[in-house]
Design a protein around this ligand. Structure first.
Ligand code: PGA
Length: 256
């Protein structure tokens, strides 16, 4: 049984003070949902304040990106050693970082390795564009992203890896993939690909989230899908009641 994981990707929202206040306000309402791993990914600058606000609680902190090198002349970047002790998770491969910050599959692979080597856990985002979907290339494209991200990563590390399947056309658009469609893509383009690389038993241990316009109205339908182990949430994670509802719906759906 895989522990469901619901992660809030706050993107470029909230100052450190706003982030700390919001994180504090989330603690009590999120506490009862022990059947779900709860992760908050604030902007880098707010990570220390959020980590402090969540210290001693079961709610985890994540970063939204990282540089693959431990240090060096990389202006504006943050490394794994800088995040150690503050976060448990790091998102890599988000489509916005791939697009606006020119993150490549090779960089994502290097980042995933650096994250794992540093004792942290990567949330690796993959997903196809609308043009790729319409051309019938979804499975081939997403499968290739998964293979590239995992290149050279040993099987023992796989249980520490989360994959987030986020069709680009569904992110922030209000246009979400149907739960059946997301479930099927996750199965054939992610889990089966991992199974081909590492064997079925390992693939069964990897948690795979859906992301893209997840909200309280559609969460339960996603969470009822057997291949979907949680959600990576942007917009709805900025609304306290909505995010709490998403975690509750994940717990209800996955506990039977
Ligand atoms: P959204 O973003 O929930 O606002 O669609 C999801 C994401 O980018 O992770």
């Amino acid at each position: 049984m895989r522990l469901p994981i619901v992660a809030a990707n706050w993107k470029m929202h909230k100052t450190p003070a706003e982030a700390a206040e919001f994180a504090q306000a989330l603690v009590a309402p999120l506490l009862p949902f022990e059947g779900v791993e709860r992760v908050i990914c604030p902007p880098f600058i707010a990570i220390p304040a959020v980590a402090e606000a969540l210290r001693g609680t079961p709610i985890k902190v994540g970063a939204q990106n990282v540089h693959q090198e431990p240090q060096g002349a990389y202006t504006g970047c943050i490394s794994v050693p800088m995040l150690q002790g503050l976060v448990e998770y790091v998102i890599v491969g988000h489509s916005e970082v791939r697009q606006y910050l020119c993150e490549t599959d090779a960089m994502i692979n290097a980042k995933a390795k650096a994250i794992l080597a540093g004792g942290l856990k990567p949330i690796i985002a993959v997903g196809e564009s609308l043009a790729q979907r319409e051309a019938g290339e979804t499975v081939a494209f997403v499968g290739a992203q998964v293979r590239a991200a995992l290149e050279g990563i040993p099987a023992e590390a796989l249980p520490s890896i989360v994959i987030a399947y986020e069709p680009i056309w569904a992110i922030g658009t209000g246009r979400n993939a149907s739960p059946e469609d997301a479930n099927q893509t996750i199965k054939v383009a992610v889990r089966d690909v991992i199974a081909a690389l590492y064997g079925e038993a390992t693939a069964q241990q990897v948690r795979i989230q859906y992301g893209g316009s997840v909200k309280p109205e559609n969460m339960a339908d996603y969470m009822r899908m057997p291949e979907i182990d949680g959600a990576l949430v942007g917009g709805a994670s900025l609304k306290l009641n909505d995010f709490v509802a998403l975690v509750r719906l994940a717990q209800e759906a996955k506990s039977g």
